[in-house]
Design a protein around this ligand. Structure first.
Ligand code: DON
Length: 582
């Protein structure tokens, strides 16, 4: 949330873009049919049939070419994800996990797909405890095979393609195979990430790929070829995911994860047992919209939903983008993060009060805990309605870096929003067959219990670590009006919630909405995005009792807004994404 004058500027920009009075921009984002042509002619955005926004121009181009060739959103998602693996290897890829939310226009249904990593079967709750019984430091846990969860990205994209693909699977790999063989220019973001990750050079395969032989990091603009990845993708293009989960690629993954430092315990049986899962999306009625996303094992939709559900008690449209809105957003975030820490984990393992957490009466009661004039300090978890009360102790949050986001709409009306990750930048640093393996095991709680009371998100064999990823679809009268999502670790939740408030409550153009300076609070101190407005907002929040400081809040939001027949795309200025539409 920004200060008032920023809001006025944003609204002015929005107004200038639309050349319409604000009131004429449809309250529900779906203008009546007779006005849409006029808006298309007067608004400086492309009226489009197809659109894609991803975190990297080469990935957007790969997906867009698929859409232009008559491919589906699912086809484009596969092509874009493979390209992201090549050109943004630090963030996502087949060595990691992903969540997808998919709109099927023909059946008018929303489905979510869970490609989250799983813990090896042999993993036990003391996984992250050192010999002294204390949790080992996070940084020490990341690098090496022990942090690697059984990867799910390839399986979940294959599942999506089997269900909704139109073009042949093999064709979707060609652009990335070509680029991996010919080489691609290292982007600024990748170059910076290599230079900022000195421990990457401790891992010989990664060192050989990302560093020169004299040890210097490869710089922006240098052409980087990845023949190992091209060879891997050729096999997967021809044979599907089987060689990865049950064949020679899998054997090499297991071998690579047995690093000298922090050796992993993943076996070939763990890989063979991996399943991507179709799950019912988690949805919340928010004013005139339905906000839907990824349920457990992600905490994304539930925590975003709790923040919005709590804020339903306040007229955010009237309050506008002001320090008061920031105060309410922080308080709602604290309450939601308190519940997240206590209750949210893999619901296949833990008896989670999924419905109770979004119960309107419960959220109304939580909203009444907010003092409009003063912060509550630290929030405590509530008691959501639930059938089988199980005692959990809360875990502790930790910030992360990495991850990628894509949003796609095809000419058939099908849409997908995907958040995909190898967890922290460069994941476990373990590289095999041209791709990096994740460190998603560090998304589990390092502390398994306190005073005999278990943490819901403790490590267990076969369990999926709790995520914050929040690929989101907003529906109005049963049809999608917004697709969004972001990287950012646990900050994904406030990034997405804030973008939704800006687009829904403040009716801001998507680009203006995601450009707003962020404010995040995960039930601790508040962080306000660095920038010209930060000092004044911090002062206004301090007056309400908040402890707030400026921080680099590096979201990577992507948005497609479906406004009748119009598509408006937006990509986060904080990263190097590209929107393409036609
Ligand atoms: O699943 C999660 O919530 C995290 N592993 C995502 C990590 C992330 O977004 C890092 N981003 N910049």
């Amino acid at each position: 949330m920004a200060r008032k004058y920023f809001s006025l500027l944003a609204r002015f920009l929005c107004l200038a873009l639309t050349l319409l009075p604000l009131g004429a921009v449809a309250e529900n984002l779906v203008p009546p049919p007779e006005t849409t042509t006029a808006i298309a002619a007067r608004r400086s955005v492309s009226a489009s049939e197809i659109m894609i926004a991803t975190a990297n121009p080469l990935a957007s181009e790969a997906g867009f070419a698929v859409l232009q060739a008559g491919g589906s959103a699912a086809d484009a998602a596969v092509a874009a994800q493979m390209m992201l693996n090549l050109v943004e290897p630090q963030s996502s890829g087949i060595g990691g996990g992903a969540f997808l939310v998919y709109w099927d226009a023909e059946t008018e249904t929303l489905t979510s797909y869970d490609g989250r990593e799983t813990a090896p079967a042999a993993a036990t709750p003391d996984y992250w405890l050192g010999p002294d019984g204390a949790p080992i430091p996070f940084r020490q846990a990341v690098a090496g095979g022990r942090s690697v969860g059984v990867p799910g990205t390839l399986k979940v994209f294959e599942l999506l393609h089997t269900a909704h693909g139109r073009l042949p699977w093999a064709d979707l790999f060609e652009p990335t195979i070509d680029k991996a063989e010919a080489g691609f220019p290292i982007s600024r973001r990748l170059a910076t990430a290599i230079a900022d990750a000195p421990d990457l050079a401790d891992f010989p395969v990664a060192r050989g790929y990302f560093f020169h032989t004299d040890g210097t990091p490869k710089p922006e603009g240098e052409i980087l070829a990845n023949p190992d990845f091209a060879a891997t993708l050729r096999v997967i293009a021809a044979e599907g995911s089987t060689p990865f989960y049950e064949g020679p690629i899998g054997a090499r993954i297991v071998e690579a994860a047995r690093t000298a430092v922090n050796p992993g315990m993943m076996t070939r049986a763990d890989l063979a047992a991996y399943q991507a899962k179709e799950r019912i999306p988690v949805c919340l009625d928010y004013r005139v919209w339905e906000v839907c996303g990824m349920g457990p094992p992600s905490s994304g939709a539930l925590t975003v939903g709790q923040i919005l559900g709590i804020l339903s008690a306040f007229d955010l449209t009237a309050i506008g983008d002001t320090p008061q809105a920031a105060h309410l957003f922080i308080e709602a975030s604290k309450l939601a993060f308190a519940d997240r820490a206590r209750y949210m984990a893999d619901a296949d393992f833990v008896d989670m009060p999924t419905e109770g957490l979004l119960d309107p009466a419960y959220l109304g009661a939580r909203a009444r805990l907010i003092d409009p004039l003063r912060t509550m300090g630290v929030a405590t978890a509530g008691e959501p309605p639930r059938e089988h009360p199980e005692e959990f102790t809360s875990d502790r949050p930790r910030p992360r870096k990495g991850t990628s986001q894509l949003v796609i709409k095809d000419r058939f009306g099908d849409m997908v929003t995907a958040t995909t990750t190898i967890e922290t930048g460069f994941g476990s640093r373990v590289m095999v067959d041209g791709f990096l393996l994740n460190n998603e095991m560090t998304d589990f709680s390092f502390v398994p219990e306190e005073n005999g009371v278990p943490v819901a998100n403790r490590v267990e064999g076969g369990k999926r670590p709790r995520s914050s990823m929040a690929p989101t679809v907003v529906l109005h009268r049963g049809a999608p009006v917004l697709l969004t999502g972001s990287p950012g670790g646990a900050n994904i939740i406030p990034y997405v919630a804030q973008a939704l408030i800006a687009m829904l409550d403040w009716n801001l153009d998507p680009q203006v909405a995601i450009d707003l300076p962020h404010v995040v609070n995960r039930n601790g101190d508040t962080e306000v995005e660095e920038g010209p407005e930060a000092a004044a907002l911090i002062a206004a929040l301090s007056a309400r009792g908040h402890v707030a400081e400026a921080a680099d809040l590096n979201s990577g939001l992507q948005v497609i807004q479906i406004d009748g027949p119009l598509l408006r795309g937006a990509t986060d200025k904080r990263r190097e994404g590209l929107v393409l539409g036609e």
